[in-house]
Structure formats: structure tokens, C-alpha cells
Design a protein. Structure first.
Length: 163
């Protein structure tokens, strides 16, 4: 199924960046189908924010750029189950909301998540890393800001590796 990326509003900047700086090295990303997105929404019991759905449709199953990170369709259920354990292991007394989705986990010590049900179509992202000296989780921006920053950071690695 060919995706019409013109209909992506929240990820327009990320898609443009990806096509210019990453796609020449990696090719097109692999996105999720609507049925896969529906499966996750049913599992979590909430409609996802539109920005996150766009991400899933564009690159929700692509695993080449995010090496070392679990940020895809097949990871979010286990990521979400792991977050309370990560916080407890680090003696972080933080009250998680009743429902949330951990869309990003890096090597078991960095996590990013947003609350469910959605409060906006481009939700605020909570961030925690165990290397922060037992700092409490904090909001670091919107979903699109955080995912774009990560993709741009990883693109710099591609430029170094590929000349």
C-alpha cells in the first residue's frame, strides 16, 4: 500500500528531513497498517494521538535508524510494562498516570512516554534516564519535537559513518 505522506500534518517536518538525510542511506521506512494501529489502540483501550498514529504509519516498523532503541510497533507493549520496574530499580517515587504508552526505550535505561487518554493530538512527552542522578521524570516537549530531535541526532551518525 502506497502512503500519501501529504496527509501527514504532525510529521511533515520529520518526513521531509528523513527523505533528504536518511532515506538515501536506508531507503524508505516501514510503516504500520491501520489494522496494526487498531490492534495497539484496542490493547491500550484508547485512541492514540494523531501525531503518534502518523509516526506509526510512517515508520512504526522501521528498525534501522533507531538501532539500540525499542521505538516500534512490536516494542510498545513491553516498553510500557517495563517502565514501573525501571523507576522502582532507580528508587524513583513518581506516580505514573493510570494509563500511558512508553513509545521509546533505549537499552533499558532511557524511557519516553505520553499519557492516555490523549490530552492533545501532539502530546507532551515524559522523559526519564537512570543516568540523571535519580532525577524525577520530566516533560521534555511534544511527541513530534522529541521524535524529530532523535531522528536528527541519528542522522548525524549516518553522515559521520557514510562520509
Amino acid at each position: 500500500m502506497m502512503m500519501n505522506y501529504m496527509e501527514f500534518n504532525y510529521l511533515a517536518e520529520l518526513i521531509e528531513f528523513y527523505e533528504e538525510f536518511i532515506q538515501p542511506y536506508n531507503g524508505k521506512p516501514n510503516g504500520c497498517s491501520d489494522s496494526e494501529i487498531n490492534y495497539l489502540e484496542n490493547y491500550f483501550g484508547f485512541q492514540f494521538p494523531l501525531a503518534y498514529k502518523e509516526y506509526l504509519r510512517f515508520m512504526g516498523k522501521d528498525n534501522s535508524i533507531f538501532i539500540g532503541s525499542e521505538v516500534f510497533f512490536g516494542n510498545v507493549i513491553e516498553n510500557t510494562k517495563y517502565l514501573p520496574e525501571l523507576l522502582a530499580e532507580n528508587n524513583i517515587d513518581f506516580i505514573l498516570p493510570d494509563s500511558y504508552l512508553v513509545y521509546f526505550l533505549h537499552q533499558g535505561y532511557v524511557a519516553m512516554w505520553f499519557e492516555l487518554p490523549k490530552k492533545s493530538e501532539n502530546p507532551e512527552v515524559w522523559f526519564f534516564t537512570e543516568s540523571s542522578g535519580n532525577e524525577m521524570p520530566k516533560i521534555i516537549g511534544t511527541f513530534t519535537e522529541t521524535i524529530l530531535a532523535d531522528v536528527k541526532g541519528r542522522a548525524k551518525l549516518y553522515q559521520k559513518i557514510n562520509g
